[in-house]
Design a protein around this ligand. Structure first.
Ligand code: GDD
Ligand code: MN
Length: 406
């Protein structure tokens, strides 16, 4: 990992002791630095942040076109790379011929995927404006100056490069009806869910945007996958947002990194952004619980109706099957990231104990509701299931799969 040297290295230079040079009596206050000189952190006009994952054949053209489009002074390009190929070496080689200073941050762990990489780039950036764009030339480098100019002119915090604003287009870049359908559908769903945040934004899925560095709060961001612009808008709530239309281009070289897994990650991102992480987990736990009704009833039906087993042992076995089903889904889908904290046997035994303790809680509660308070049996049963659901989730979330600092 290389990061261009910054002022922090100067702290090691020896400082003269106060007694060595007595301060002249006429000096009332000492000013740090030179008047009229901007601190290093904001000395640049713009930083172009480019996330890369195996994009070796796009780097040369991208840098050439950026250098042709942008002033060479006051600009820097920061690549944040998670590649498994030699992309970082290709970038370093191309940087030698590039009139704009180029930095590569190569990450050992691709935490947060594309969004995580972008946030890393936002932190490293030193420009007053930060432009985020893809490496594959689907975002024409020639529109970058227009993004920053629009932000300055309109006093905006965020400028979104839009395929859907008047004058923009997505047709060339979204090859095939399937991709257009997925893109259009997810944009619509997102706009409905976050309508208040997205009133001014026609293309919330865009990977091309410019943000005023002073409006950024990177500590607030919890990036997860592709939709980093949405994350920024929802969590950082930029003041004024404007759009610049552009035509989405076909990919220059290589292939797209988006996949079905990325689609699932996007749904997770949406749920976390909308409900908060814990309530999103509870929602998934509820869906898994509802899905457990299927193996439960199915097993009961088979044992009781087909195999003629007495309904009580049949119900207990059916319950066991359902708990197993729930465990499989919970362990692989819901807590995939927290599994490593506890061994498999530890997780499954606790899960099954919880599933049975559930009966210990529910049966007395059922008796209390029905015999004590004269609640109808079905309603009472439903109440015990709901109470048990919340209690079990809290134990699961806070004990069995407790989050730990890495
Ligand atoms: N560092 C890093 N880490 N970069 C990544 C990763 C990752 O895990 N995954 C993808 N990238 C980089 C790619 O190398 C490329 O520069 C950029 O992110 C976009 O990836 P593509 O694979 O080209 O994505 P896409 O064309 O399907 O999606 C683009 O368009 C969408 C709109 O249709 C992206 O800009 C999306 O953000 C955008 O929503
Ligand atoms: Mn692309």
């Amino acid at each position: 990992m290389t990061i261009t040297a910054d002022s922090s290295s100067t702290s090691s230079t020896p400082v003269a002791s106060p007694t060595a040079i007595p301060a002249p009596a006429s000096v009332r206050a000492a000013l740090r630095g030179t008047i009229g000189e901007l601190p290093v952190a904001t000395a640049l006009k713009q930083t172009i942040v480019v996330p890369t994952y195996n994009e070796r054949d796009n780097i040369g053209t991208l840098l050439e076109r950026l250098a042709a489009a942008l002033p060479h002074d006051g600009t820097e390009v920061v690549f944040v790379d998670d590649s498994t190929d030699d992309t970082p070496d290709v970038i370093r080689a191309a940087a030698a011929d590039c009139p704009i200073p180029v930095t590569v941050v190569h990450r050992e762990h691709a935490t947060g995927g594309l969004g995580g990489a972008v946030v890393e780039g936002l932190r490293a950036a030193r420009g007053e404006w930060i432009v985020v764009m893809d490496a594959d030339l689907q975002h024409p480098p020639e529109v970058v100056p227009a993004l920053v100019a629009a932000g300055r002119r309109d006093g905006a915090d965020l400028v979104v490069g839009s395929r859907y604003a008047g004058g923009g287009s997505s047709r060339a870049g979204l090859d095939g009806g399937y991709r257009r359908l997925v893109s259009g559908g997810s944009t619509l769903v997102t706009k409905v869910i976050f309508r208040n945040n997205l009133i001014q934004v026609s293309d919330p899925m865009s990977g091309l945007f410019a943000i005023r560095a002073s409006s950024l709060e990177t500590e607030e961001l919890r990036p997860l996958g592709y939709k980093i612009l949405l994350e920024l808008i929802v969590r950082n709530r930029p003041g004024r947002i404007v759009e610049v239309p552009y035509a989405f281009q076909p990919r220059h070289a290589g292939e797209s990194k988006s996949s079905l897994a990325e689609g699932v990650r996007f749904l997770k991102h949406l749920a976390i952004l909308r409900f908060g992480a814990k309530r999103a987990r509870m929602l998934v736990f509820a869906l898994i619980g509802v899905s457990g009704l299927l193996p439960n009833q199915g097993t009961l039906w088979f044992l009781h109706e087909v195999a003629n087993v007495h309904y009580l042992p049949a119900a207990i076995i059916a319950n066991l099957v359902a708990v197993g089903w729930n465990f499989a889904l919970t362990d692989t889908l819901l807590y995939r990231d927290r599994r490593q904290h506890r061994r498999f046997t530890g997780r499954i035994t606790r899960f099954f104990v919880l599933g049975h303790a559930d009966l210990l809680l529910r049966l007395p509660l059922l008796a209390l509701l029905v015999s004590g308070l004269h609640v109808g049996v079905l309603i009472a049963n439903l109440i015990t299931l709901l109470v048990s659901f919340v209690v079990r989730f809290l134990i699961l979330d806070g004990v069995i799969y407790r989050a730990r600092r890495p």
